[in-house]
Design a protein around this ligand. Structure first.
Ligand code: FRU
Length: 520
């Protein structure tokens, strides 16, 4: 108390205290309200983020780890940042889970619940969570060594709150491939063993193990399948029921940078058979999970309870072409909205559909809902958004056309300075497009502007659902048969929404507009 007396009598100290108090308050208040800050997507409070890592569900929590550099808003020494969610939409930040060490930076990887305690790290009663990641050694890289990437593991016995790295790391040594990373571990029930897939330059290597520590090489996939415009990264492998039937398929997801469908980073997938040793694709052609430029390194959650049964996906909402220079501060990058993946089969062809997880609906501000009435659209039709903030909303449109070659339609989000995003479809070119050539700030990179295109065949009716959040739009066409995820940085906020008939017939059948509540 004598100390207190001294402080309270010292005007300089008092002043300082006051300033600190004000500063503290204002940072807390301004957090998550900065320009371009997503309001219902996951972002770190500050610092650099890339890939989602270690996606695992355990004891009522969805874990989201992520490539994180807290020291700057550009890529640097990689840590695993950490957050948890009970519902996939509200996130709680937790302390950094894994720090770089003498073996290297902690690159991307996965996590599983080791239910049988095969590692011996825990007990069957309190099974360990085991994370597997890539150790990237910068010194070895600088010395031109090919073996700078090796795989390590770490475990947690307290629901992911604290992590211990295995003393015997690395557990999987580099065979002499420069890019040898991003391990995805799965428990393969059919063969009762662990499988591991990872990227080896532009191939996938498959391994097996009984204890997550000793790995046996099984096979390689990819020399004659898919796109090879860049390095294969962050693979995923899972089994899925084909919608509406009893058939099951294995799906292999392969991220690749560069060489994506509209430049830079992109995500391809294959369907096929997997017996624990070898992946046999149904087709060698490239299928893209998302045709936009801003969904990369996406993978799915492990250990989602069987009674839930969904395949849940999240991606990094950016592109290596410009991720490190987008105009956001004091953080860089957001995750996509978590999505549910489903597999369909038509005319012998398997295809993936993605839609926002149903939990997203909890965030809809139902009281703001505007129902759109049926109307024939001639030219441009301005929609009345009342007091819905178009920078934080969901737009759903069901449109009908005559399906003739002259039909061409669009949806335009704009602000008073004429900056805009135009989403469109032409029956002539059979292309779905997102035009961000007038989207606002673009001077940070000459690879940002452009019109992204996706081949897409639609019927007379076309359903478009768009989630807008500050600087991003996630566009789901015909229940997620086509998805495009796109960033934009308008100087001022969007306050106008139009539907456009660029030729032919266009009938707005129905639709609605709704505000989306913030999660922070
Ligand atoms: C993908 C990636 C991964 C790597 C990580 C490093 O975006 O390049 O292959 O593990 O980022 O941060």
């Amino acid at each position: 108390s004598r100390q207190n007396m001294k402080i309270s009598k010292n005007p300089v100290l008092l002043c300082l205290l006051f300033i600190l108090l004000i500063l503290g308050r204002s940072t807390a208040q301004s957090a998550y309200t900065e320009k371009y800050r997503p309001q219902y997507h996951f972002t770190p409070l500050h610092g650099w983020m890339n890939d989602p890592n270690g996606l695992v569900y355990y004891a009522g929590e969805y874990h989201l780890f992520y490539q994180y550099y807290p020291g700057s808003t550009v890529w640097g020494p990689m840590h695993w940042g950490h957050a948890v969610s009970k519902d996939l939409v509200h996130w709680e930040h937790l302390p950094i889970a894994l720090y770089p060490d003498s073996i290297g930076y902690i690159f991307s990887g996965s996590a599983v619940v080791d239910r049988h305690n095969s590692t011996g790290f825990g007990t069957v009663k309190n099974p360990p969570l085991v994370a597997m990641f890539t150790y990237h050694n910068m010194d070895l890289e600088k010395h031109g060594r090919l073996d700078c990437e090796n795989q390590g593991i770490a475990f947690s016995l307290d629901k992911g709150r604290t992590w211990t790295k295995f003393a015997g790391n690395p557990v999987l040594h580099n065979p002499g491939v420069k890019d040898f990373r991003d391990p995805k571990v799965i428990w393969n029930e059919a063969v009762h063993q662990w499988n591991l897939i990872l990227s080896a330059h532009d191939r996938i290597k498959i391994y097996s193990s009984t204890n997550l520590k000793v790995w046996k090489f099984e096979s390689e996939f990819g020399s004659d399948a898919g796109s090879h415009g860049g390095v294969w990264e962050c693979p995923d492998l899972f089994e899925m029921k084909v919608k509406g039937g009893s058939e099951s398929k294995w799906v292999l997801v392969v991220n690749m940078n560069p060489g994506g469908p509209n430049g830079g980073s992109g995500t391809q997938y294959f369907t096929g058979k997997f017996d624990g040793h070898q992946f046999l694709p149904d087709s060698r052609e490239t299928k893209w999970l998302d045709w936009g430029r801003d969904n990369y390194a996406g993978v799915t959650w492990s250990d989602v309870p069987k009674k839930d049964g969904r395949r849940l996906f999240i991606g990094w909402m950016s592109n290596w072409n410009y991720a490190q220079v987008v105009p956001t501060d004091p953080w860089r990058s957001a995750m996509t909205i978590p999505r549910e993946l489903t597999l369909t089969k038509s005319a012998g062809n398997y295809a993936m559909q993605s839609l926002p997880v149903v939990e997203t609906e909890k965030l809809l501000d139902l009281s703001s809902k505007i129902l759109l009435k049926q109307e024939n659209i001639l030219g441009e039709k301005q929609l009345d958004n009342k007091d819905i903030d178009l920078n934080q909303c969901r737009i759903t449109l069901l449109l009908e056309t005559s399906k003739s070659q002259s039909d061409s339609l669009g949806m335009i989000l704009a602000n008073p300075s004429g900056e805009s995003i135009t989403i469109g479809y032409s029956y002539k070119t059979r292309l779905f497009t997102v035009d961000r050539t007038h989207s606002g700030k673009m001077d940070f990179s000459n690879r940002f502007s452009g019109i992204d295109k996706a081949p897409c065949t639609v019927g007379k009716q076309i359903k478009i659902e768009v989630l807008v959040d500050a600087a991003s739009a996630e566009i789901f066409v015909d229940d997620g048969r086509l998805v495009m995820t796109e960033l934009f940085f308008p100087a001022g906020k969007f306050n106008s929404l139009k539907i456009a008939n660029y030729g032919g017939k266009l009938n707005l059948l129905s639709g609605d507009l709704m505000g989306i509540k913030r999660i922070w």
